[in-house]
Design a protein around this ligand. Structure first.
Ligand code: SAM
Length: 214
């Protein structure tokens, strides 16, 4: 696609900065990762607009603002280990990897996991994509400094909390109304956890089990 860098910069200037996304590392990543390569070809022209887009099997790549906002709320630094639940297109993973994080990402739908794995590797992002049920987290690489859940969840799964390092942060769109969520940041401290609530949002649901098309 011609001039995608211009579209990505405009996305940052018109959709992210006016909504108070301030973290320079996040803004740099959002301006630098080619979002149009993470959507089906027929949506490439729309990749940088202010909305989520379909990626197959009723799933979506999240709206750019939500990706940036959740990434900022993670307060992650280069070198940290992060677990993402809900790989989808792989775009959120690419943003985290661009920022220098070590990324593990779990997706329940086999063809989405496979496509994301190939796309990320073709683009040079060293992300571990796992096909599995993210409600279990991914114990093999735990503990994680950060966990980001990119599907609507009824609750914070006990295994996520268990796999989160002490002083770690978890960001999840937690159900607060029928079909509506609010971003929750949970910090794990030695005396227990503290919760802070942020934006209202709308995500596809976190579902149990795995899906095999292959
Ligand atoms: N982060 C993604 C991106 O950058 O494209 C967008 C995620 S999309 C809004 C939600 C994803 O979560 C879908 O791909 C869906 O299949 C996945 N999902 C839902 N329940 C899951 C589960 N239990 N484990 C892993 N992935 C799950």
């Amino acid at each position: 696609m011609n001039d995608w860098r211009l579209d990505a910069s405009k996305m940052v200037e018109e959709q992210l900065i006016p909504r108070n996304v301030r973290d320079m590392a996040v803004l740099r990543a959002m301006a630098s990762v080619p979002r149009h390569l993470f959507v089906p070809r027929r949506y490439a022209e729309d990749a940088y607009i202010d909305r989520p887009l379909p990626i197959g099997d009723r799933q979506t790549i999240s709206q750019p603002y939500i990706v940036a906002r959740m990434t900022e709320l993670l307060e992650a630094r280069s070198g940290m280990k992060v677990l993402e639940i809900g790989t989808g297109s792989g775009y959120q993973s690419a943003i985290l990897s661009f920022m220098g994080l070590q990324v593990w990402s779990v997706e329940r739908i086999d063809f989405l996991a496979e496509r994301a794995r190939k796309r990320l590797s073709d683009l040079g992002f060293a992300v571990h994509v796992i096909h599995g049920d993210g409600r279990m987290g991914f114990a093999d690489a735990a503990p994680y400094d950060r966990i980001i859940v990119t599907a609507a969840s009824e609750r914070v799964e006990p295994l996520w909390e268990e796999q989160l390092a002490l002083e770690g942060r978890l960001v999840v769109p937690k159900d607060v109304t029928t079909g509506g969520q609010r971003l929750l940041v949970r910090r794990k401290e030695d005396r227990g956890c503290t919760d802070t609530w942020y934006d209202y949002c709308r995500f596809v649901p976190l579902l149990g089990g795995t899906v095999e098309f292959f």
